[in-house]
Design a protein around this ligand. Structure first.
Ligand SMILES: C[S@@+](CC[C@H](N)C(=O)[O-])C[C@H]1O[C@@H](n2cnc3c(N)ncnc32)[C@H](O)[C@@H]1O
Length: 205
C-alpha cells in the first residue's frame, strides 16, 4: 500500500505487487507486516477463491500467483471492493516465483486449484506438477505445511499422486471441519457434474 492509501480504502492497483527487482527474494515482512501466517494460491485465476479466503480469515495473509494480467486485475478489483488488507497478487510465471522470489519455509499452506490439465499425451509435459515443481513447493512450505491440489482431471490427479516422494510429502485426509470457498473453475465443473479430486499433502522432511 502507498502512504496515501493507508488510511483510505485501497484502490485495485494497490493489490498488485511489483517486486523492486526480480532477482532478490521478496521481503514478505514488508509486504505483509506482522506475523500472520501466509497462504499462497498458484495459478489463482480471477482470485475468487483467494479473496473469499482472505475475507473469511483477516488474521491470515494471502498471495496469489497468476500469469495472466486480466485475471490478476479481476482479483485486485474484487479485493478492493471489499477493502481487504491481507491479500496481494503477483503476475508471474509461478515456477520462477517459487524458484527466485519466494523465500524458503515462508508459507504454511499452498493451494493449486484446477491447474491447466493439458489432457493430450503430447502436451502432458506442459503440466505444472513435475518432480521439480513438487521440490519447489516443498522448499516453500514451513515444516508440517500443507499443499492442496484440486482437479477435475482424474488422470492428472493419479499422475500427481505417483510423483509424490515419501521423503517429502505425506498424503493426509482433508480436515472435515475445513471448508474452502469454491473457485471460479470449480463452479463451472460442478455445474457440469464433473467429479472433483482433492489431494492434501503434508510436508515431511
Ligand atoms: C484452469 S485455471 C484455474 C484458475 C483458478 N485456480 C480456479 O480454480 O478458478 C488455471 C490458471 O492457472 C494459470 N496458470 C497456468 N500456468 C501458470 C503458470 N505457469 N504460472 C502462473 N499461472 C499459471 C492460468 O493462467 C489460469 O488462470
Amino acid at each position: 500500500m502507498t502512504e496515501e492509501t493507508k488510511n483510505a480504502a485501497p484502490a485495485a492497483a494497490d493489490y498488485e505487487l511489483f517486486p523492486a527487482d526480480y532477482f532478490t527474494p521478496l521481503d514478505l515482512a514488508q509486504i505483509f507486516p506482522g506475523t500472520a501466517p501466509l497462504e499462497i494460491d498458484i495459478g489463482c485465476g480471477d482470485g475468487a477463491f483467494l479473496v473469499a479466503q482472505a475475507e473469511r480469515f483477516p488474521e491470515r495473509n494471502y498471495l496469489g500467483l497468476e500469469k495472466l494480467a486480466g485475471r490478476v486485475w479481476r482479483g485486485c478489483k474484487k479485493a478492493s471492493r471489499l477493502g481487504l488488507t491481507n491479500i496481494r497478487f503477483l503476475r508471474i510465471e509461478s515456477s520462477y516465483a517459487l524458484q527466485h522470489l519466494l523465500p524458503p519455509a515462508s508459507t504454511g499452506m499452498v493451494h493449486l486449484l484446477f491447474p491447466d490439465p493439458w489432457p493430450k499425451s503430447k502436451h502432458r509435459r506442459r503440466r505444472m506438477v513435475t518432480p521439480e515443481f513438487l521440490a519447489l513447493v516443498h522448499r516453500l512450505l514451513l515444516p508440517e505445511g500443507r499443499f492442496r491440489i484440486v482437479t477435475d482431471q482424474q488422470n492428472y490427479f493419479e499422475a500427481t499422486r505417483r510423483l509424490i516422494a515419501a521423503d517429502m510429502f505425506r498424503e493426509i485426509d482433508p480436515a472435515p471441519e475445513e471448508i474452502f470457498p469454491i473457485t471460479t473453475f470449480e463452479k463451472h465443473f460442478l455445474a457440469d457434474g464433473a467429479a472433483i479430486h482433492r489431494l492434501v499433502l503434508r510436508k515431511v522432511g
